[in-house]
Design a protein around this ligand. Structure first.
Ligand code: XMP
Length: 513
């Protein structure tokens, strides 16, 4: 099924992916293209509208990114954001100049008044906060444009030529700081472009399955399934598309959480495909014996993982496609340049180098994380896989501080399961980004019944974060911590103390090793 397309034309801005995300959130399919894409190619995509992104340059510089001015006579509605707005003004006969120090340079949250007669702002409040980030100023707007929004420093915070359906905003409607920003993008899509809102997950699923069938034909596909959200959804989508032509190799390194391996296997049992679960616990634990240093642990696990996968891949024989769960934020370049390919190789730790295949297939390449989860639900994957928190590749090995042994792993699995169970029961689960138990390397004295104990301490970690680059420790209720602590000490043999980690990142990291 075909759907309407909006093109996000990339001028190097930092929020381009966010713009694309917002367009899809409004139920419209979109693709990001570099601004150097020839006009003929853009026309061939038959878009219903184009959005020019922001960018770090200044339009009056010779080497700044430009676009063929013919784009404005084509008749397609255009929304220019920040640099995109200035470029539109510049190319259509306006004048853009560097802002004077005390005049029109704006950065941050800015009170802005809107002309609600303009398509972009119809039905929205007459004023609100917008997010500005521009050093240049539109001294003169092009002929045919009216002023549609203003801030204290800037009488032309938005411009519009309703007849030609050309719009420009100096601020960034795509970022959360702009109140009703997504609504403004929605007004552009539905009011100016005539969007039908035909991009739903169901459509996406159908289109993606169809496209995969066309691409793969009768070929064979191999996927390294980790049980994480991305590889699980990619597996389910491919299974629906090509069934038994797909082989998923799930390496169970024995460092998974309680029941996790069985859950993954169970989740995929309804699909007609080849599911290979490799029980490699012994191999991994042998290699990890006596190893305490975190980086060495990681290297051993990464290396062993590749070896096991290679062995399994050899059993499968030559495959035509290696599938990967690369998602949109992983794709660093908007064009399908070399950088994108390098990154997708990197995603599976260099696996493609050692497996005999002809091509890579990445069915989630255009989706954001929350869309991937939505697609997983649409495909019928269980909630515990779809809503899964991030889980590190080296698994519990980096949550057992110091040497990893079977006994320690077993203690940690039980403690972690209790923590997760109580968090789910309390309703805290959905508010937190990530939480887990770790087994410290510390033993301390306690008393249980009438006897002295000398056992391990479990550390509980719970964080909130937007991007995992920084994180705040979560203020979870004392009563909940109390319940978890009592249960762990009573139910997990070998543990006599429970600690709650109140370190943010930085200076801490989310994981312990
Ligand atoms: P840190 O500990 O670096 O973790 O603050 C940030 C996020 O990354 C996850 N993490 C990993 N994920 N392989 C992964 O796939 C790894 O080796 C790894 N180490 C950390 C961590 O769980 C958190 O979400």
């Amino acid at each position: 099924m075909s759907h309407q397309t909006v093109i996000v034309l990339d001028f190097g801005g930092q929020y381009n992916q966010l713009i694309a995300r917002r367009v899809r959130e409004c139920g419209v399919y979109c693709e990001v293209r570099p601004c150097t894409t020839p006009l003929a190619e853009l026309r061939a995509m038959d878009p219903i509208g184009i959005i020019f992104t922001g960018g770090p340059s200044s339009v009056y510089l010779d080497r700044s990114p430009k676009v063929d001015a013919q784009i404005f006579t084509w008749g397609v509605p255009i929304l220019g954001i920040c640099y995109g707005c200035q470029l539109m003004a510049h190319l259509l006969g306006g004048r853009v100049v560097p802002a004077q120090q005390d005049a029109a340079r704006e950065y941050g949250k800015t009170d802005t008044a809107f002309d609600t007669g303009c398509t972009l702002f119809q039905g929205l409040p007459e004023s609100g906060v917008t997010w500005m980030s521009h050093g240049d100023y539109m001294e003169k707007v092009p002929e045919g444009f009216t002023l549609a929004a203003r801030s204290a420093a800037c009488p032309n915070a938005a411009i519009a030529d309703e007849a030609r359906r050309l719009y420009g905003v100096q601020f960034h409607p795509e970022v959360n700081h702009t109140q009703h920003g997504t609504d403004m993008i929605r007004r552009f899509l539905y009011g100016a472009c005539g969007a039908a809102g035909d991009w739903t997950m169901e459509d996406y699923r159908r289109t993606a399955v169809q496209a995969l069938r066309e691409k793969i034909g009768g070929g064979r596909v191999l996927l390294a399934l980790s049980g994480g959200v991305d590889s699980s959804v990619a597996a389910a989508l491919l299974a629906e598309a090509v069934g038994e032509q797909l082989t998923c190799v799930f390496v169970d390194h024995g460092l998974l959480r309680k029941d996790e391996g069985d859950q993954v296997e169970r989740a995929f049992s309804p699909w007609a495909m080849n599911f290979v679960r490799v029980d490699a616990e012994g191999r991994f634990l042998d290699k990890l014996a006596g190893v305490e240093e975190p980086e060495r642990k990681r290297r051993i696990i990464g290396g062993e993982f590749i070896r096991v996968f290679e062995e399994e891949a050899r059993k499968v024989g030559a495959v035509d496609f290696l599938a990967q769960g690369t998602i949109y934020p992983d794709v660093i370049e908007s064009g399908a340049g070399d950088a994108a390919v390098i990154k997708s190789h990197h995603n599976v730790g260099g696996l493609p180098d050692c497996v005999d295949f002809k091509e890579i297939v990445e069915p989630l390449r255009l989706l954001f994380k929350d869309e991937v989860r939505q697609l997983g639900r649409e495909l019928g994957l269980p909630e515990y896989l779809v809503a899964r928190q991030p889980f590190p590749g080296p698994g519990l090995a980096i949550r057992v501080i110091g040497e990893v042994t079977r006994d320690k792993l077993s203690m940690l699995r039980e403690a972690d399961a209790i923590f997760r169970e109580e968090m789910a029961r309390s309703g805290q689960e959905r508010q937190l980004s990530q939480f887990f138990a770790a087994l410290t390397n510390m033993r301390s004295v306690g008393v249980m019944g009438d006897g002295r104990t000398y056992d391990y301490a479990v550390a509980l970690r719970a964080v909130t974060t937007d991007d995992f680059m920084t994180a705040d420790w979560a203020r979870i209720p004392y009563e909940l911590l109390d319940r978890v602590s009592v249960r762990i000490v009573n139910e997990v043999k070998g543990v006599n103390r429970v600690l709650y980690d109140i370190t943010s990142k930085p200076p801490g990291t989310v994981e312990y090793e």
